[in-house]
Every structure is written in structure tokens, then in C-alpha cells.
Ligand binder design. Structure first.
Ligand code: NAP
Ligand code: MG
Length: 492
């Protein structure tokens, strides 16, 4: 939990400009330029990060390539790679309190939530440490007896660019680092400009865990400079990206230069269906957290709820009461359930959507009061949107804004649920087992949650249908996405 000593020592150390990690060295940008880092709960600048650009990215890619060709990581035995990853997970646990403080300062999320993401990260790294010894191909029987010896092997794809967003900085960095490293790749991580602090600290822990020099490079900087240089670099074999659909589409175009592989985890507008027979006592808090957790800044947030008519009024009342109990404030306040949004820009963007809901004639069902001050706070808002084609129920807002409408029956679920270009998540609340499974089949979504929302496991593939992305993270699919299959045909 919150620790005054850790907080004080971080605040004393932070003002010194942060360095980024290239070729085993902690360096500033070659240009000398920096980017100020804000605490979103206060709007205060707490430190700066290097504004890496094409020159720094090129140095990082060269270092990753050199380490890959030298085989300092990819040629290690699976056991040795697993050992380093496991040690890395232990170091995250040992430093979880400090990392959580840093995450709250940088991103604003509630401290308990930050702490929970450490556990997620540790579990994910350990899951992938297990993969290090289980990545192999197949032998096949080809031709006549004793004519051929034929087999496939799985090889790391090469140098990979990992680009992460600001909504779950440490967890997202680990979600990409762990499978890429388990597969034997060398990487260049470009964290979001707003939230690079825990990623840089992870770089230190990786070195302490025994990661050979040059295998992990971390270049901070703007998406339009450092990010752009990475996605267009001809010596990068793959980009793994999480962020907005617009940037995802841009990456697809940029990747065509050398046809680098691309995995995309993008946005969503995930529907949640609450049937008349739902257990409201559990559905209300689950659906409430499904949209308001992390202040709605979650790609799979359940942002549009549909209720059957018999339960609609009670659901609105319950969700409003739930929202009303959610304290908005600094992530360091132990009662806080909604920290600030990431930036002034994001706060304005969310407010713009709320204004558009009012203009479009949506019914304001719950209007939370945001705390005053310089932080980028935003209290929950709930709109009723029955019969409206409002933007707020079609577009990703990425803030604590929920829309509720009515739906008649299972027959309408496919049309309503799949009505946006997205297909990331979906929720279903019902006591009827058969309806639950039928609804799950009707929805075009990579992840369907029944009678809860948002729980993930590393063993299952995570990703989206339609414009919510390309490919999957986690599970067998996730680690294989960092590999190439090679078939070998030996004439005996
Ligand atoms: P974004 O542009 O998609 O940012 C995600 C990552 O991509 C960041 O590291 C960003 O760098 C980088 N990036 C931006 N432009 C790039 C480029 N041309 N080449 C390579 N990398 C590039 O998202 P955002 O601007 O932070 O947020 C805008 C909206 O996206 C949000 O309001 C939200 O709706 C959505 N979003 C979705 C997710 C998700 O998990 N699905 C996450 C974040 C945001 P910089 O941040 O350093 O510029
Ligand atoms: Mg920040």
C-alpha cells in the first residue's frame, strides 16, 4: 500500500531527467530534446524523458539487430531464457510498491489498481517463461520410407518494435515484452509519451535479471517521431502495437515498406446485455466496474449497456447509485476509485463527447460531479439513448461515460451488438445458461464475458474482431505471433 517513504524518495529522485536504454547504455536523445512528464492528478511537471527521434530509434534498432545476430539471447537454451524472465518477474514483485507509486504518479490510476497490474504483469511473465522451453515444430512423414527427413522449427521473428499506450503502462509493456523475449526476439520498446516512467524502470530490472546487453532497448519520445521511425524502419521485422484504431491503420500502411509483421490491439465500443433474469446484485457492480474502472480508459470497457425492459429501471437506478459511490480523486487517496484522466487533451475529448450526447438528445440519467483543481478529473456520466443514433453510443470515448438502452430479446443481440466497426469485448448477464452461450455465439467479439466483466487470463488469446485489431496476444497464438515457422526437407 501507499508508503510515505517510497513516495518521498521518488519525489526526490524524479526531477533529474530520465534516461532511455539503447545498446545497454542509459542515454539522453541525440538531439538533447526532452518531453516534460506530468502528474495527471495535479497537472504538475514531475520530470522529463528524452524526446527520442529517428536517430535514436536507428541506434536502438542497430543494437537490437546486433544482439539478435550475435545470438546472445535467441541462442540461449529455453531454460536460461526462462530463468531470466522468471528473475525479472521476481524483481517486479520485490519492487512492486515503488513501481506502483511510479505508475500512480505517471498515469494517475488508483494505487490499488496499479498494484493489481503488477500481479497481472508478474503472472504474464511467468506464463511466458514457461513457453521458452515449449516452442518447437513438428516432424512429418514425407515421401517413401527413408526417402526424406522433414520437420518444421519455430524461430524468433527477429527485431520487434513494441509500441504501448498510456492506459496501462507497465502491464502493457510486460504483455508485449514477455512473449517477444520468450520467443527469442530482440526488441525496441516505445512507451507512450505520457507514461514512460515504469517502462524505463523495467529496463533497469531486466538488466538486473541478467538480460544480455542490446536485447531490450527502450526509446522514449513522441509517436510522430520515435514511433514513426520504428514503424517505417526497414530493419524491424515486426510491430506489436496497442492503441487507437486510427494509429493502427497508419501502422498498417507504414509497415508495407518492408512488409513487417503487424499485431494490433485497438479500440472498442463493447456492448453489455443484461437480461431480465440477471442477478442484479452482482451484475450492477460488475457492469459498473466494466465501464468506470481506470476511469473508462480501457480498450474493452463495456461502454454501452442494453437492458431488457423488465429490468431496465432497476438497472439504471442501481448503476447510478453505484456510480454515485465511486470516489473521484488522486490515485494516492485510498478511497479513490476513479483517478484523473491521462491529460488535459483527454479530459477535453471526453467532455466533448458528453456535450455531443446532450446535443443529440440523450437523456442524462446520472451526472457525477468532478472534483475541482488542476488534475484532469472526470466523474462518471450515464446517458439513456433509447432509439437514438447518438455518437456517444457508437464511438469510443475512452472515459467514464456509459450509455444505456433497451433491447427486446436474444433475436436482437446480433444486430445491436455488432452495430459498430469494433469487436473487442462483450458482456452478457443472465441466469439462463442456454441464452448465455447463444448470445456469446451471436456476438462478433474477441472476448465475451458472462456474468462478470473484463477478467483475462494469459492462457487465452486476447484480441479483436473487425477494426479492434489484427492477431492475438496471450495463449499459443500470442507467443507464436513473435515467431516464423521454417520447414526443413532433408533427402536421406
Ligand atoms: P495512439 O496515438 O494510438 O497512441 C498509442 C501509442 O502509439 C503511443 O505510444 C503513441 O505515441 C504511438 N503513436 C502515435 N502515433 C504514432 C505513429 N505515427 N507511429 C508510431 N507510433 C505512434 O493513442 P493516443 O493518441 O494516445 O490516444 C488517442 C485515443 O486512442 C484515445 O482517446 C483512445 O480513444 C484511444 N486509445 C486506445 C487505447 C487502447 O488500448 N485501445 C489506448 C490508448 C488510446 P505517443 O503517445 O508518444 O504520441
Ligand atoms: Mg504522465
Amino acid at each position: 500500500m501507499y508508503n510515505e517513504k517510497i513516495h518521498a524518495s521518488l519525489m526526490a529522485a524524479l526531477p533529474r531527467p530520465r534516461d532511455m536504454l539503447i545498446g545497454g547504455q542509459w542515454v539522453q536523445a541525440q538531439s538533447g530534446e526532452t518531453i516534460p512528464v506530468e502528474d495527471p492528478a495535479t497537472g504538475q511537471v514531475i520530470t522529463s524523458i528524452p524526446a527520442g527521434d529517428a536517430a535514436d530509434v536507428d541506434a536502438a534498432v542497430r543494437s537490437a539487430r546486433a544482439s539478435f545476430e550475435a545470438g546472445v539471447w535467441r541462442n540461449l537454451s529455453g531454460e536460461k531464457r526462462a530463468e531470466v524472465l522468471w528473475k525479472f518477474s521476481e524483481l517486479i514483485l520485490e519492487n512492486a510498491a515503488e513501481l506502483s507509486h511510479l505508475e500512480v504518479l505517471d498515469n494517475g490510476m488508483p494505487f490499488a489498481f496499479a498494484n493489481a497490474t503488477m500481479t497481472t504483469a508478474v503472472n504474464g511473465i511467468r506464463y511466458h517463461a514457461g513457453w521458452c522451453t515449449k516452442l518447437y515444430g513438428q516432424t512429418t512423414q514425407m515421401g517413401e520410407f527413408n526417402e526424406f527427413h522433414s520437420y518444421s522449427v519455430m524461430e524468433p521473428v527477429g527485431v520487434v518494435g513494441l509500441i504501448t499506450p498510456w492506459n496501462g503502462p507497465l502491464a502493457m509493456a510486460c504483455t508485449k515484452l514477455a512473449p517477444a523475449l520468450a520467443a527469442g526476439c530482440s526488441v525496441v520498446l516505445k512507451p507512450a509519451e505520457q507514461t514512460s516512467l515504469t517502462a524505463l524502470r523495467l529496463g533497469e530490472l531486466l538488466i538486473e535479471a541478467g538480460m544480455p546487453e542490446g536485447v531490450v532497448n527502450i526509446v522514449t519520445g513522441l509517436g510522430t517521431a520515435a514511433g514513426e521511425a520504428l514503424i517505417t524502419h526497414d530493419d524491424v521485422n515486426k510491430i506489436s502495437f496497442t492503441g487507437s484504431t486510427a494509429t493502427g491503420k497508419h501502422i498498417v500502411r507504414a509497415a508495407s515498406g518492408n512488409l513487417k509483421r503487424v499485431t494490433l490491439e485497438l479500440g472498442g465500443k463493447s456492448p453489455v446485455f443484461v437480461f431480465d433474469d440477471a442477478d442484479l446484485a452482482s451484475a450492477i457492480p460488475a457492469a459498473g466496474m466494466g465501464i468506470f474502472a481506470n476511469s473508462g480508459q480501457v480498450c474493452y470497457a463495456g461502454s454501452r449497456v442494453y437492458a431488457q425492459p423488465g429490468i431496465y429501471d432497476r438497472l439504471v437506478e442501481g448503476l447510478s447509485a453505484f456510480a454515485d459511490r465511486m470516489k473521484v480523486g488522486s490515485g494516492f487517496d485510498k478511497d479513490t476509485m476513479l483517478g484523473p484522466l491521462i491529460s488535459r487533451r483527454q479530459q477535453e475529448r471526453v467532455q466533448h463527447y458528453i456535450d455531443s450526447g446532450l446535443t443529440d438528445g440523450a437523456e442524462l440519467l446520472y451526472d457525477g460531479k468532478s472534483p475541482a483543481g488542476d488534475g484532469y478529473f472526470m466523474a462518471p456520466t450515464i446517458f439513456g439513448t433509447d432509439g437514438l443514433e447518438a455518437r456517444i453510443s457508437r464511438e469510443e470515448i475512452f472515459g467514464p461515460v456509459l450509455t444505456i438502452s433497451r433491447f427486446e430479446s436474444l433475436d436482437n443481440i446480433r444486430r445491436i451488438g455488432n452495430a459498430t466497426p469494433y469487436g473487442l469485448g462483450a458482456g452478457i448477464y443472465t441466469q439462463n445458461l442456454s441464452n448465455a452461450h447463444k448470445a456469446a455465439r451471436l456476438l462478433d467479439a474477441g472476448n465475451v464475458w458472462v456474468n462478470h466483466y473484463g477478467r483475462l487470463d494469459r492462457s487465452l488469446p486476447f484480441g479483436g474482431f473487425k477494426q479492434s485489431g489484427w492477431g492475438r496476444e496471450n495463449g499459443t497464438e500470442g507467443v507464436k505471433a513473435f515467431m516464423e515457422a521454417k520447414s526443413v526437407y532433408v533427402k536421406m
